[in-house]
Design a protein around this ligand. Sequence first.
Ligand SMILES: [Zn+2]
Length: 235
Amino acid sequence: MRPSINEFDYHRITLLADDTPEGKGLFLGRIIPQDKIKMKQIVKWMQYCIRWHGAGCEETLSSLSSGRISKLRVIDTWRLCIVDESSECIYLTLSYVWGSATVFKLTSTNLDELATPGALKKVWRQLPRTIQDSITLTSTLHERYLWIDSLCIIQDSDADKAHYIPYMDSIYDRAFLTIAAATGDSADAGLPGVRKGSRGCSQIIEEVLPSVRLSSIRHLRDALDESVYESRAWT
Ligand SMILES: [Zn+2]
């Protein structure tokens, strides 16, 4: 395919990591499977993080664990319910745009019900697509707990909000990983590539020498600058 000049404005041309020995090569390009995210690749990156990043990625704010919040309400993505876990547990967070989506919320009325194993399966169709995909993604990555504001803070309780909202930054900061849902303009947009066939991006790949291919990578900054996600007050 012959790309247009405009397409290169926001791209960086790079070698494909797939053509390097053992497919290694951080910061090189990769063939993007069109159908679905390559989960193994994300797991690998998570392992790199634990192994190599050290203090840079470890817990920096300890206000959650230093006593003020000893328990954190999280989604148990294996048992599909809301649970109270130690605030020291390993969890992921979701950062997303609510937008115009009708977001199913945790309330004082459904709290007991949602704490029953399998409860989220029962209300699955009422959950916005981005939240469904994040729950699927978390368990597919072999992680168990996920924190999402709408399901982990009782949305009609001033007391619960007063308890957790001052710690929002530390909740995100302490998370092992934050899923940033940067596409679309609402919680119904989903996470591209979690479901089969939901990705659909085009990638230009050219073989310049036998077995040496070049591809173009779009800068994350440029993609984010165009997103609704980035235009919110905070992320
Ligand atoms: Zn890291």
